[in-house]
Ligand binder design. Structure first.
Ligand code: AMP
Ligand code: ZN
Length: 495
């Protein structure tokens, strides 16, 4: 039974054959750490965490590289103005590196709450300026980039004469050019589609480094080309990210690697589909982002209650990673019920004692259970279909519940079959999906407790008992619970 993966590049599900037998090199574009990650970002990282875990389950030695973009990411895709870190630093009156630290820690906290594994290497863009400069130099030497006044651009039209630039998303250069009306404010560019590899910094720019072209900072796309090559080599197995990255960021990565090394970096390009809200993509710029902390505490006007990180994760696993997923209260509530039902069945069957009485075996029932269990691997081997595995599991839940209610005599099921249910459920729910028992009390009760403390603090403040009100705020802050004054006198909290 072989693993098949959908490759955006070929638009087909392909049998996965690693470059080096037994090893997998996987690169995933990580977060841009200038603000909190939203739930959409989490969907992508959860999907790749499960892919990473499943590859390990298949006994591959996986080197999973997921970068941190902590420099050089400009507003939109226009290579103009301040980068996102400089902007945020000015706004929050902090150093850009304080912004980076704050949101990197926040990202790690969220990933930990969602019980995802850390990648093998988590390189940062600022830690790899030299590699990015070297790659840019090589691309210039090879004739695919040019410098104008301290900024280096990739020459898309020249590159496309030799290799198809729009190969990843199957678009022709003429169509791309037609869709791009202007130079994006960069009049010095030779072509409308040219993008910056290195950008000249203005003197007031907070993050800048010396380069052969003067003081500046790297373009966003070059960071992933340079870091994937450094840690996974010129050619590796899997490259992933959200679908929104395919048309520009990943298209440019392929062009850069080809122009530098004469080879496309990854064999398989994987893209997760978008988490949406009322059909619109969840994004920082659209302002429709739900923050994980808001979900875990229930502190959001559109949420009825708090949801455990495991419910949020389970909600995501119920849809295949290449389908869009719409976020709603109702969907989360249904997931909460589903996870509870599944987990109760899992816990019951895990503890069950069974004595086999061969003469009583119900062959049909045994076969039905074994067929459903075997489907788990088949479904995952079919492009990591977590939704199908969960459907397979839910086929077994009524059987488990009937055993529990003594409607089915456990002794009609072979002992080895029960053991296999126990093993497969554990392996899938805990090891591959990374689910933990949901502590139902934690979130909703925590919310009630913190709201009570907010109430007491308000009363203390009204009585001018500032010692008590400060004590509540400060001690909660020490525990990682932050209180925030909202407009209109309301107070909210976040983890
Ligand atoms: P960013 O921090 O914006 O660079 O995004 C980090 C990762 O999250 C990238 O792989 C994006 O493609 C992905 N992403 C952004 N928005 C969404 C969304 N609404 N649903 C799923 N993935 C997303
Ligand atoms: Zn990237």
């Amino acid at each position: 039974m072989s693993l098949k993966i959908y490759n955006t590049l070929t638009r087909e599900k392909e049998v996965f054959t690693p470059i080096n037998k037994g090893y997998v090199g996987m690169y995933v574009c990580g977060p841009t750490v200038y603000s909190d990650v939203h739930l959409g970002n989490c969907r992508t990282f959860i999907s790749f965490d499960i892919i990473y875990r499943y590859l390990k389950y298949l006994d591959y030695k996986v080197r999973y590289v997921r970068n941190i973009t902590d420099a050089g990411h400009l507003e939109g895709d226009r290579d103009l103005g301040d980068d996102k870190f400089t902007k945020k630093a000015k706004l929050e009156n902090l150093e850009p590196m304080e912004i980076v630290q704050k949101y990197t820690l926040g990202f790690h906290d969220v990933m930990r709450m969602l019980n995802t594994l850390p990648p093998s290497i988590e390189p940062t863009a600022t830690g790899h300026i030299t590699e990015q400069i070297k790659m840019t130099e090589q691309i210039i030497t090879n004739g695919y980039a040019y410098e104008v006044g301290g900024t280096v651009y990739f020459d898309v039209e020249k590159y496309d004469k030799e290799k198809p630039y729009g190969i990843l998303t199957n678009r022709k250069l003429e169509d791309l050019l037609e869709g791009t009306r202007d130079l994006g404010g960069q009049e010095e560019k030779r072509g409308r589609l040219d993008f910056a590899l290195w950008i000249k910094a203005k003197p007031e720019h907070l993050m800048q480094w010396p380069s052969p072209w003067g003081m500046g900072f790297p373009g966003w796309h070059i960071e992933c080309s340079a870091m994937s090559e450094k840690y996974l080599g010129k050619k590796f197995d899997l490259h992933g990210g959200g679908m929104d990255l395919a048309a520009t960021h990943h298209t440019n990565e392929i062009a850069q690697n080809q122009a530098c090394n004469n080879t496309s970096p990854a064999n398989i390009w994987m893209h997760t589909n978008m988490l949406t809200v009322n059909g619109a993509r969840m994004s920082k710029s659209a302002g429709n982002g739900f923050l994980p902390g808001e979900l875990f505490t229930g502190n959001h006007p559109l949420l009825d209650k708090a949801y455990s990180p495991m419910v949020v994760k389970f909600f995501m696993l119920q849809t295949h990673y290449r389908s869009t997923l719409d976020f709603s209260n109702e969907a989360l509530q249904a997931s909460e019920k589903g996870l509870k039902r599944l987990w109760e069945a899992y816990e019951f069957i895990g503890k069950v004692e069974h004595v086999e009485r061969v003469e009583n075996i119900d062959a049909e029932l045994n076969d039905k259970i074994l067929a459903a269990l075997n489907e788990f691997d088949t479904s995952m081997n079919d492009d990591f279909n977590t939704a199908k595995v969960l459907a397979n599991m839910f086929e077994l839940v009524p059987i488990i519940n009937s055993i529990k209610d003594k409607l089915i005599d456990i002794n009609t099921i072979q002992s080895s079959t029960i053991t296999l249910i126990q093993q497969k459920f554990k392996c899938y729910l805990e090891d591959i999906f990374g689910l933990l028992p949901i502590n139902e009390i934690t979130n909703s009760k925590l919310n009630e407790v913190v709201n009570l403390l907010i109430e007491i603090r308000k009363e203390a403040k009204n009585k001018k008992d500032f010692a008590t009100s400060d004590k509540i705020r400060n001690q909660l802050a020490e525990m990682g619970i932050n209180l925030k004054d909202e407009k209109g006198g309301e107070m909210t909290w976040s983890l």
